[in-house]
Design a protein around this ligand. Structure first.
Ligand code: MF3
Ligand code: CO
Ligand code: CO
Length: 286
């Protein structure tokens, strides 16, 4: 028994007829492109599991939308998220993840991501706030985030929040079956730069669904035709972090988690979990 395997992730057991998907993947693999391994392609049943997890995750972000207000602490947001998640038979993925102490991330203004909810942080009028929530239901992970504007903010911050959302949307629009991860990053980068913003390079989207963070790395910048081939059944996030100033970031030394812009100018992020299908991409966290 041998395996038909050339250099790369994809192989077909000897004697097994090639499916249309095998042929397409092997074509790109032979051309030296990065292709997925089989474990990154979810079954319809597994995708349904992520979809159900996504329903709770979306409800959480809706719950935040209904309750977020000036004067609220970020820990109050965390409590809402925690209680809703648990009472729906799910688990917050961030709680205890590599030592992260809370059930969601709340990142304000110049904080890019991984802000830790705290009793000491009070939301103020004009803040732009990212709340990022990941739900585990029956072992399936759904990951999404939104921006929330507290009361009225400046036109500049409002525009950043809007363009960051558009960056996620153009990334999603670039997702076609058998496209490359670099096609997504390229579209996002173009849109950000066209609007005078920069794209954070140190953090990326990721495969998700069966694990919290999985291959592929979904960079929000780059060249078309680079990165991993995206084939039907793959589940991943797109989550561009868009900066008003420079793209450089650092990690807060006090908590070793929170990512902050180096120039302390505002940053905005939106995230969805998606599944590639034969006809296009489906958002699982709508
Ligand atoms: N939800 C984040 C993501 O989009 C990851 C947060 S990990 C944490 O990938 F530990 F900071 F919570
Ligand atoms: Co994510
Ligand atoms: Co997330």
């Amino acid at each position: 028994m041998g395996l038909f395997k050339k250099k790369g992730n994809w192989f077909v057991p000897k004697g097994q007829p090639l499916t249309e998907m095998d042929k397409k993947i092997l074509y790109w693999q032979d051309k030296g492109k990065l292709v997925p391994r089989r474990g990154l392609i979810l079954t319809p049943g597994q995708i349904e599991g992520v979809r159900r997890s996504g329903v709770i995750n979306t409800a959480l972000l809706d719950l935040v939308a209904e309750n977020i207000h000036a004067g609220m602490t970020t820990n109050e947001i965390d409590k809402l998220v925690h209680e809703y998640t648990i009472s729906h038979g799910a688990t917050p993925a961030t709680l205890g993840f590599e030592g992260f102490p809370k059930s969601c991330c709340v990142s304000i203004n110049e904080e890019v991501c991984h802000g830790i909810p705290s009793d000491d942080v009070v939301l103020e009028e004009g803040d732009i706030v990212n709340v990022d929530v990941t739900t585990i239901l029956d072992g399936y992970y759904a990951d999404a985030s939104r921006m929330y504007i507290i009361g009225k903010t400046t036109p500049a911050k409002e525009r950043l929040v809007r363009v960051a959302k558009e960056c996620l949307e153009v990334g999603i629009a670039a997702c076609k079956p058998y496209c490359f991860v670099g096609d997504i990053g390229n579209a996002i980068q173009e849109h950000a730069h066209k609007n005078g913003y920069t794209v954070v390079r140190d953090l990326c989207g990721h495969g998700v669904g069966l694990k919290f963070h999985e291959e592929p790395e979904v960079e929000h910048f780059g060249k078309k035709g680079t990165g991993m081939l995206l084939v039907p059944g793959m589940v991943f996030t797109i989550e561009p972090m868009i900066n008003m100033g420079k793209w450089q970031v650092f990690i807060d030394e006090e908590n070793n988690w929170t990512v902050v812009t180096e120039d302390e100018k505002p940053s905005a992020q939106w995230e969805h979990t998606l599944v590639m299908t034969e006809t296009g991409v489906e958002i699982l966290t709508h």
